[in-house]
Design a protein around this ligand. Structure first.
Ligand code: CUA
Length: 326
């Protein structure tokens, strides 16, 4: 019996220690969250072990002999024991509470000079804007190493949720209000921002790449973005930053989304609808409910692209999609 117990204990310990239960931290906030997590887990393991040991010991030691049907002795409790376990439990719960409050307050502190990033979420894409970098726009989240980043977030349609697993912090984006979250990257590399609020048919595809660069590389990226690409003016850049590819297959962009119809043969779709391809494509972007491709539902594609983007941007996108921009 004791042998089995020891074997089980060893296997459980190996599973606990060898499996990487949490992603390797890539932010100061995540490191603090991990601390709370492990403190609470270790306390729970200690209490669980103590309780189970007492139960097993009691069951083995105090069980009734066969055929013994008499009542057990009447026991009126043990004041000393009750005081100890009450105080112990209160102390541990208060300790976890205080530690959590300290971590929550540190993780919510933006410091004196955070980098501001505006985050816009809509079904089913992320867009980023850097107000201190001349309102630089990007479909990819690029962050400098070691600097606090304060995200100002809002949603255009329904509730979404911002989460980069390696960076710990998680926050909802809600239409009509602005929510905030702070992340301080501690590791360069490539990560993924995922939406963790079920927001519709394309929820699972609502992801955005995240790159953490050294501060010099970040400055170089900002410079290049500002001088080059024309601030996302080209149709290809807009297609990427608006997140069209998470729902639509479009071979020139290398996307394979299946939520909405393929955009590979718009000429045929326009012909079927009895329209000119340019007018048809434009209408399908700004008023997607007008013509619904067979096999697809109305109301899935957002109807606000006409408001979110300028007329020139939409025109560039239409040219890109119809091949007229090549
Ligand atoms: Cu946005 Cu799920």
């Amino acid at each position: 019996m004791a042998g089995i117990g020891v074997v089980v204990a060893i296997l459980v310990t190996l599973a606990a220690v060898l499996i990487p239960w949490l992603p390797t931290s890539a932010s100061r906030e995540m490191a603090r969250i991990e601390l709370v997590y492990w403190v609470a887990t270790i306390i729970s393991i200690g209490i669980f072990t103590l309780v189970v040991s007492v139960i097993v010991y009691s069951v083995l030691t105090f069980r009734a002999a066969p055929e013994d049907e008499s009542d057990g002795p009447s026991i009126h409790g043990n004041t000393g024991l009750e005081v100890v376990w009450t105080l112990l439990a209160v102390t541990l719960v208060v300790a976890i509470g205080v530690l959590s409050a300290v971590v929550l307050s540190q993780n919510g502190n933006a410091g004196t000079n955070p980098l501001a990033v505006n985050v816009y979420a809509q079904q089913f894409a992320w867009r980023f804007e850097y107000p201190q970098q001349n309102k630089l726009k990007s479909g990819e989240l690029v962050l400098p190493l070691g600097r606090k980043v304060e995200f100002h977030m809002t949603a255009a349609d329904v509730i979404h949720s911002f989460w980069i697993p390696e960076m710990g912090q998680k926050q909802d984006l809600v239409p009509g209000i602005q929510t905030k979250i702070i992340v301080t990257p501690t590791r360069t590399g490539t990560f993924t921002l995922v939406c963790t609020e079920l927001c519709g048919l394309g929820h699972a595809t609502m992801r955005a790449p995240v790159r953490v660069l050294s501060s010099a590389d970040f400055a170089a990226w900002v410079k290049e973005k500002q001088s080059g690409g024309g601030g996302g003016g080209t149709g290809a850049a807009l297609f990427a930053s608006a997140g069209c590819g998470s729902c639509h297959t479009f071979t020139p962009a290398g996307t394979t989304g299946k939520i909405g119809p393929s955009l590979d043969d718009l000429a045929a779709a326009a012909k079927a609808a009895g329209q000119d391809v340019t007018a048809f494509t434009h209408e399908s972007i700004v008023d997607p409910g007008k013509v619904i491709a067979s096999g697809y539902q109305n109301g899935v594609m957002p109807t606000n692209y006409g408001q979110s983007y300028s007329a020139q941007e939409i025109d560039a996108l239409v040219k890109y999609l119809t091949g007229a921009g090549q």
